[in-house]
Design a binder for this molecule. Structure first.
Ligand SMILES: [Mg+2]
Ligand SMILES: [Zn+2]
Length: 185
């Protein structure tokens, strides 16, 4: 079985946009995230991006454009000595009641099935309570909330939630350094 690091995209790797990432022009990559991905890529683990993109369901962006944005993002990650082994996208609206929109675990379970991932020993890093809940719902025990994106405002909600054991870090680079120092993967 493989272990994996699951990463949210918006607010973790690129800046979050309250009015959605609609095109490549809206993409602003965190420099520290590129450094972090370079470090994480040296670990013997899979790296997946799991992202809610309800803008697709809302008709604001089409799925093909989301794929193209992820592809361009991946090229830049690779240029910076990083990798991503798979992007998993939920295109649905909250009202669709799908099983993949985080906090539902569907995206994580899709990756786990495709790559035989040992979820209990895997890690998720997100900037929202719903990311952490998705991890918990999938059986991932190790979670990190970053304060970039929506993280700073979600931190209080996380502390008020029944979720325990989530590590709070300033950003993806800080979280990655901690994971590597702890030898967690
Ligand atoms: Mg996010
Ligand atoms: Zn979905």
């Amino acid at each position: 079985m493989n272990t994996a690091i699951f990463l949210d995209r918006d607010g973790v790797i690129i800046e979050n946009r309250s009015d959605y990432v609609r095109s490549w022009l809206d993409v602003s990559i965190y420099h520290q995230a590129l450094q972090a991905l370079s470090m994480l890529s040296k670990l013997p683990v899979k790296i997946f991006v799991v992202t809610n993109q309800s803008a697709v369901g809302r008709g604001i962006i089409d799925l093909e454009t989301v794929h193209q944005i992820n592809q361009r993002l991946l090229e830049i990650i690779i240029q910076n000595n990083g990798r991503v082994d798979g992007f998993y996208i939920c295109p649905h609206l909250p009202s669709d009641q799908c099983n993949c929109r985080k906090p539902e675990p569907g995206l994580i379970l899709q990756a786990a099935n495709q790559f035989q991932i040992d979820l209990a020993n895997s890690i998720l890093i997100g900037d929202a309570l719903s990311d952490i809940q998705a991890a918990q719902n999938a059986g991932i025990l190790n979670t990190y909330l970053v304060r970039t994106g929506r993280g700073a405002e979600q931190e209080a909600m996380l502390r008020d939630s029944p979720i325990s054991g989530c590590v709070i870090c300033n950003d993806l680079l800080t979280a990655s350094r901690l994971i590597i120092t702890k030898g967690q993967l």
